[in-house]
Ligand binder design. Structure first.
Ligand SMILES: [Mn+2]
Length: 417
């Protein structure tokens, strides 16, 4: 089984007010070209297809174009998609039955009734079957009813209802506040996986979109994920044991959790400044004979515009970039000590996509300046202007300028009588 693992497309996302649609279409084209070249047996998309649960029409069009192109490849390459926390489970699953005839499989909602099970797609190769299980993003609330029903069912079957109720009582006492919810996420995922008959004689792959931890070790996050405060959404990887490879989404930095074959492939683009030094990629996985470790290869992606942080003095930055227009998304950190005249306007002539302009001054100098200011209040207006001028221009008034200033002040004094 040879497949591509993608996640966190976040189509429709904006960055500091800039629409990223053009960048997303660009990168999806690069991904499509890779699919066309490498011809994997399947493409797995581990959630957060869209950035919003009600995506903009343009965002839907961009994803539609990508899917249509992939589905036109011959021989067909199945695409398996689960919902992430940013997607609407129901909206994502629209037309899923019809799409499955084109080998586009979408798992939007979690099982609701005892007869419902996780979607599963079976692949065949020289080493036998590989089953790919699709677990949509789970919140404890999505499966609470099903969990209660199944508990009642087991109680009836083994006639141990009374005993269980007594045990349940102590359990309820332990379950309070944060601890209860934390356990609920873990238990909801565990519950959904354990009720499936996973045949570990075969190779099994899971697609999932949760915040997985490995014995308390948490993944390295960025600023663009929506993670619940206090780690309430944590799920321990111990429930992932039956799977030869776990294709994860949710965390935007590519990394493995616990073992190499439990992987976050990361987002397809940098979605926050905190990611500017990360390299985004497509994860290609080859699973050979059962029991063998997967072979994982990362293909770096080449965005239309980079995200970068530029630090330095205004003059240096303008000088270094004066020969061309820069379309990258930039955060500019100015280290000039003196006040600058309209720095953003000057930078905008060269940089077309400025995310922010910050100044980072030497705190000691700023303090000295502020202290000096306090003493100088209520002084001679000419002195105040001279100070203002030298802060803005970085030099003292020249003799000629001082003379002009003197003239102006004289005129004002005259008019004021
Ligand atoms: Mn995400």
């Amino acid at each position: 089984m040879h497949f591509f693992h993608l996640s966190d497309l976040h189509i429709g996302k904006q960055l500091y007010g800039y629409s990223l649609l053009e960048d997303q279409e660009w990168i999806l084209t690069e991904i499509y070209e890779l699919i066309r070249e490498k011809r994997p047996d399947g493409v797995l998309i581990a959630g957060d297809v869209y950035d919003k649960s009600v995506p903009a029409a343009e965002a839907v069009t961009v994803f539609d174009r990508f899917l249509t192109k992939v589905s036109q490849l011959e021989p067909k390459i199945p695409v398996l998609i689960i919902s992430g926390n940013h997607d609407s489970p129901e909206r994502l699953a629209f037309g899923a039955k019809i799409l499955s005839r084109q080998q586009i499989y979408v798992a939007g909602t979690c099982p609701q009734i005892p007869e419902d099970h996780l979607k599963k797609v079976t692949f065949q190769d020289e080493w036998g079957e590989t089953e790919v299980w699709m677990l949509p993003f789970v919140k404890p609330g999505y499966v609470r009813k099903l969990m209660e029903e199944s508990k009642k069912e087991t109680d009836r079957e083994d006639g141990a209802g009374e005993q269980r109720d007594r045990d349940g009582e102590t359990e309820i006492k332990v379950k309070n506040g944060w601890e209860e919810i934390r356990r609920d996420y873990n238990e909801a995922v565990k519950f959904l996986l354990e009720r499936e008959q996973v045949d570990t004689e075969k190779r099994n792959i899971l697609i999932s979109h949760q915040f997985y931890t490995a014995g308390g070790e948490t993944p390295k996050t960025s600023d663009s994920e929506t993670i619940s405060v206090g780690g309430l959404d944590q799920v321990d990887i111990s429930c992932l044991a039956p799977f030869s490879y776990v294709a994860l989404g949710h965390i935007h930095r590519p990394q493995s959790m616990g073992r190499e074959s439990i992987r976050y492939c990361g987002s397809m683009l940098k979605y926050s400044l905190s990611e500017w030094e990360q390299e985004k990629s497509v994860t290609e996985v080859i699973l050979k004979a059962p029991g063998q470790e997967p072979v994982i290869q990362l293909h770096p992606l080449h965005p239309l515009r980079e995200i970068c942080v530029i630090r330095g003095r205004l003059e240096e930055i303008l000088e270094a970039n004066k020969d061309s227009i820069c379309e990258d998304y930039v955060s500019i950190v100015l280290t000039d000590e003196e006040e600058l005249y309209q720095p953003k306007e000057q930078l905008e002539r060269i940089f077309t996509h400025i995310l922010e302009v910050r100044t980072e001054r030497n705190r000691k100098l700023v303090q000295e300046w502020e202290d000096g200011q306090a003493e100088d209040t209520q002084t001679d207006p000419k002195l105040v202007f001279e100070q203002f001028f030298s802060q803005i221009q970085g030099r003292k008034l020249q003799e000629e300028e001082a003379a002009v200033l003197e003239e102006v002040f004289a005129k004002i004094r005259e008019e004021e009588g």
